[in-house]
Design a protein around this ligand. Structure first.
Ligand SMILES: Cc1ncc(COP(=O)(O)O)c(C=O)c1O
Length: 460
């Protein structure tokens, strides 16, 4: 490996941020051409030298006996603290809605009108078509698919379970729990490539033309899990205009509609109106929840769709429940108050979360970029960063990290059946650990990634 000119490693000359001990960068901010050779361009001697160095680094890491966890996208305790008022709300005798209805009792399967009104604008679903339900949107998604399997949708010729095959399109990398729902209910899954603007529409058109068993597609339109992609209106229009089976549905999981990390806030897409304009008013199911607004798993889930679909959903939900937990919904109205209150609340989340996302960028930029060891996304919101290492190295890197006490989301999780054909994608979830622990875990993961990649190159 050659370093030219001096100083050989790192730069402390000025405002340059590449000043840590082991840094090698192509060109630092102060203009030093400090390195480097990308791993793929290294000679065998260089790879061997780097391998010994990384092995020593890795052994030292293992010796530290770390126990760090960056597996799941959970809010941190500091974020949960933002909603602690919920624990004492609604308080006293304050259990009626604006119309004076006693919310302690059964009734109102649509949910609390005030809360539906609060989220109607950000989700771009008219209040009359937006339901406030239980505490988990995944439960609603699961139930919608289960109802379609057992009973069919209004346009279905028969229940989906009586079709020989039902197929869902799964933009990849995507959300593992979506894939779990479809796999669990016996639905075949076909991956579709994601782009920065949403799923690859040409590929979807081709698949739909070839395969009449396709009945659905999973979508996370804003700050997608895990890439952070934001669907453009053009992609949304194309999705609602696709030629597809009459009971084909877009599962529009707007889980991160209000979870922005920068001032670059995307304009919400009115997907239901776009679908109606395209002549497919019943094509879209909208889902969302306050899991990452207030308390994860103890928030409120939402379902929105066309009037026909909402009636279809309510007819099946009526067989499950006499109505949702409206006291919890009231608590949420009292905490968040109105659109401005929701925005201010999310701003407080951003203040806690954004520095952690910055740390991910800084560590990867410093440790991986100089070697061209990976590419990764730079999301402007949501909960994840999607990291692509050299093909064939993700599982090994995650296993090495695990042996060093650093738990990372299992490689393959972002693909249907947990099979990443390239074995390259790793989902990074920076929100839960304190920043110092996050950086420590990421540093260790980078060592594991570099070691896995160097070993693969040496074995080639
Ligand atoms: C895209 C997406 N949808 C849904 C959920 C979970 O939602 P809920 O807690 O409402 O079930 C998550 C959580 O990580 C998510 O990333």
């Amino acid at each position: 490996m050659s370093f030219a000119p001096e100083p050989p490693i790192g730069c402390t000359a000025g405002s340059c941020r590449f000043d840590a001990g082991d840094v090698r960068v192509r060109e630092c901010r102060d203009g030093y051409d400090l390195v480097v050779t990308a791993l793929a361009e290294m000679s065998s001697a260089e790879l061997h030298e780097l391998h010994s160095q990384l092995t020593a680094e890795y052994d030292a890491l293992v010796a530290r006996g770390l126990s760090l966890d960056i597996t799941r996208g959970k809010p941190s305790p500091a974020q949960l603290d933002l909603s602690n008022e919920l624990l004492s709300l609604p308080g006293g005798e304050d259990f009626r809605d604006e119309s004076g209805t006693d919310l302690r009792n059964y009734g109102n399967p649509q949910g609390l009108p005030e809360l539906r009104a609060l989220f109607s604008d950000v989700l771009r679903v008219p209040v009359a078509q937006l339901l406030a339900l239980g505490s988990s949107s995944l439960t609603v998604m699961h139930d919608v698919v289960a109802h379609a399997m057992l009973h069919g949708l209004p346009e279905s010729e028969r229940p989906w379970s009586r079709e020989e095959t039902v197929t869902f399109l799964c933009p990849v990398p995507g959300y593992d729990r979506h894939f779990t729902i479809t796999e669990h209910l016996g639905i075949r899954m076909v991956p579709v490539a994601m782009t920065d603007a949403g799923p690859d529409i040409a590929e979807i058109e081709r698949l739909l033309a070839e395969d009449p068993t396709i009945r659905g597609i999973w979508c996370v339109p804003v700050h997608s899990n895990p890439t952070g992609a934001i669907y453009t209106e053009e992609v949304a229009r194309a999705l609602v205009s696709l030629r597809a089976a009459p009971d084909f549905r877009i599962f529009w999981d707007n889980a991160y509609a209000v979870h922005h990390l920068t001032d670059d806030v995307p304009e919400p897409i009115d997907i239901l109106s776009l679908a109606a304009e395209a002549g497919n008013p019943d094509r879209v199911f909208v889902f969302a929840s306050t899991s990452k607004v207030t308390f994860a798993g103890a928030g409120v889930a939402f379902f929105g769709s066309s009037p026909a679909n909402v009636s279809w959903y309510l007819s099946h939900a009526a067989a499950q429940s006499i109505g949702p937990d409206k006291i919890n919904q009231l608590r949420h109205v009292r905490l968040l108050k109105d659109a401005a209150g929701l925005e201010a609340h999310m701003r407080r989340h951003r203040d806690i979360v954004a520095p952690k996302f910055d740390a991910v960028q800084a560590v990867f930029q410093r440790r991986l970029a100089p070697y061209e060891a990976a590419t990764w996304t730079e999301p402007t919101g949501g909960y994840f960063v999607s990291l692509d290492v050299h093909p064939g190295c993700a599982a090994k890197a995650v296993a090495l990290a695990a042996q060093a006490g650093i738990a990372v989301t299992p490689a393959g999780s972002t693909y249907p059946y947990k099979k990443d054909p390239l074995d390259a994608n790793i989902r990074i979830a920076p929100t839960m650990p304190p920043r110092s622990e996050l950086v420590e875990a990421l540093e260790g993961l980078c060592t594991a990634i570099l070691l896995a990649e160097v070993e693969k190159l040496l074995a080639a």
